[in-house]
Design a binder for this molecule. Structure first.
Ligand code: SF4
Length: 349
C-alpha cells in the first residue's frame, strides 16, 4: 500500500502536475527559504509578488542581512505575522555573520536558524540538497489521512508522531525533493480540502477514505479554532499635516508595525460611549475634543481573531495633545513606515 501510494504520487507528478510557482525546481537554498518563510500562513497567490519583490531587492542573503529593519518591514507590509519577518532578518544575519554568507547544508544546520521549524527545514533540505526529510504540512496531513484512512487527530502529540513517521516511511530517499513538492501539489490540486477529485484520482482504488466514503471526515482535529473578535478605534489626530504615531511593541499582534492612537473594546461602542471612556481622554487629552468624522468599519481576518476597525478624525486640532509614547510624523515619513494592512488600506482610501 505504501509503495503504491509513493509510486502513484510520483507518477501523477510526472504526467499531470502543471502547478506552476516561481520558486519551483529552485535549487538555491536562500530562495527556497525565502519562499517558504513568505508562504507560512500565506496563500501562494498572495505570497508570489512578495517573493518576487524580495528577490529583486535582495538578490543574495547577505543583501537581506545588510538591509535596515524598517526597509524590510516595509517590504513585508501586508503579509501579516510580523514575527516571521523579524525571525527572517535574524536568520539572514546569522547566515551572513556565522556562516560567511553560505546557507547551511545540513538538516540540523538549517533547523538551527531562527523561524525555521520542522516543515521548513525539510522543504529546504530536500529541495536544495535532496536530503531525505519528509515535509508535513496541511496538504500532506490531508492526503495521508485520507489515503491511509487515519482518524487520529492531527493536532495531538500522538497524531503528530504517527503522521511524521508515516510521511517519512513513504518518502522515496533518492527523490526526496521531487516527491515532497509532488505530494504538496497533489494535496492542493487533486486531494483538495473540499470536493477532492476522487473519480479521476489514480490512488482511488486503494484509498481508504474514498472506498469507505470518509473523505469529508478525515483528517480529524481535536480542537475547533475559536475566533476572537476585537474592536479597534483609531484616533486620527495631529497638527497640520503631522500625525501622531507609535511603533507597536509587546507580545500582541503586529509587533514592530506602527499605529495611530487606538482604543480597543471587546464589543462595538457608539461614538458617545467612546467619548466617555477614560482611555479616550488619556489619548485625546482634556478639553472639548469631539469626533469630527468617522470611517465605515473595516475588517481584517487573522487566524485566531477578527479585527474590526474604525478611523475617527478628532478635533479641534489645536487642542489634541500628542499622547504619551506617540510622536508627530510628516506625511512623507508616514509613507516610509510599516503599518498593519488594515491601516494601509485606510490610508490608501
Ligand atoms: S481518492 Fe480522493 S481522497 Fe483518496 S487520495 Fe485520491 S483525491 Fe484523495
Amino acid at each position: 500500500m505504501k509503495q503504491f501510494f509513493t509510486a502513484g504520487i510520483l507518477a501523477w507528478n510526472e504526467l499531470h502536475n502543471d502547478r506552476s510557482m516561481p520558486w519551483k525546481k529552485e535549487k538555491d537554498p536562500y530562495r527556497i527559504w525565502l519562499s517558504e518563510i513568505i508562504l507560512q500562513q500565506t496563500r501562494v497567490e498572495q505570497g508570489r509578488p512578495y517573493y518576487e519583490r524580495f528577490i529583486a531587492a535582495y538578490p543574495a542573503i547577505t543583501d537581506l542581512a545588510a538591509a535596515p529593519d524598517e526597509e524590510v518591514f516595509r517590504l513585508w507590509q501586508g503579509l501579516g505575522y510580523y514575527a516571521r519577518c523579524k525571525n527572517m532578518l535574524a536568520a539572514a544575519r546569522t547566515v551572513a555573520q556565522q556562516h560567511q554568507g553560505r546557507f547551511p547544508d545540513t538538516y540540523e544546520g538549517i533547523t538551527a536558524l531562527k523561524g525555521v521549524g520542522a516543515y521548513t527545514a525539510a522543504a529546504i533540505a530536500s529541495f536544495a540538497y535532496n536530503l531525505p526529510h519528509a515535509v508535513l504540512d496541511g496538504n500532506v496531513y490531508r492526503v495521508l489521512a485520507r489515503f491511509f484512512g487515519i482518524d487520529t487527530p492531527t493536532d495531538t502529540t500522538a497524531g503528530k508522531k504517527l503522521f511524521t513517521q508515516l510521511a517519512q516511511d513513504v518518502l522515496p530517499g533518492q527523490q526526496a525533493g521531487t516527491y515532497n513538492q509532488a505530494i504538496m501539489d497533489f494535496g492542493a490540486v487533486v486531494c483538495k480540502p473540499q470536493t477532492p477529485l476522487c473519480k479521476s484520482c489514480r490512488l482511488s482504488s486503494q484509498c481508504e477514505a474514498f472506498q469507505k466514503g470518509l473523505t469529508d471526515l478525515v483528517p480529524v482535529k481535536s480542537k475547533k479554532l475559536r475566533i476572537k473578535k476585537r474592536y479597534f478605534y483609531y484616533l486620527l489626530s495631529g497638527n497640520g499635516s503631522l500625525r501622531y504615531v507609535r511603533k507597536r511593541t509587546g507580545k500582541d499582534i503586529w509587533q514592530n508595525l506602527h499605529e495611530f492612537p487606538m482604543i480597543e473594546t471587546p464589543a462595538p461602542v457608539t461614538d458617545a460611549e467612546l467619548l466617555s471612556l477614560p482611555a479616550f481622554r488619556a489619548l485625546a487629552g482634556p478639553g472639548n475634543i469631539r469626533i469630527e468624522s468617522a470611517s465605515p468599519e473595516k475588517k481584517q481576518q487573522l487566524t485566531h481573531q477578527t479585527i474590526h476597525a474604525r478611523f475617527l478624525r478628532i478635533g479641534p486640532e489645536t487642542e489634541v495633545l500628542p499622547p504619551e509614547g506617540f510622536r508627530a510624523v510628516s506625511a512623507a515619513e508616514l509613507d516610509r513606515l510599516a503599518f498593519p494592512k488594515i491601516i494601509v488600506d485606510f490610508l490608501k482610501g
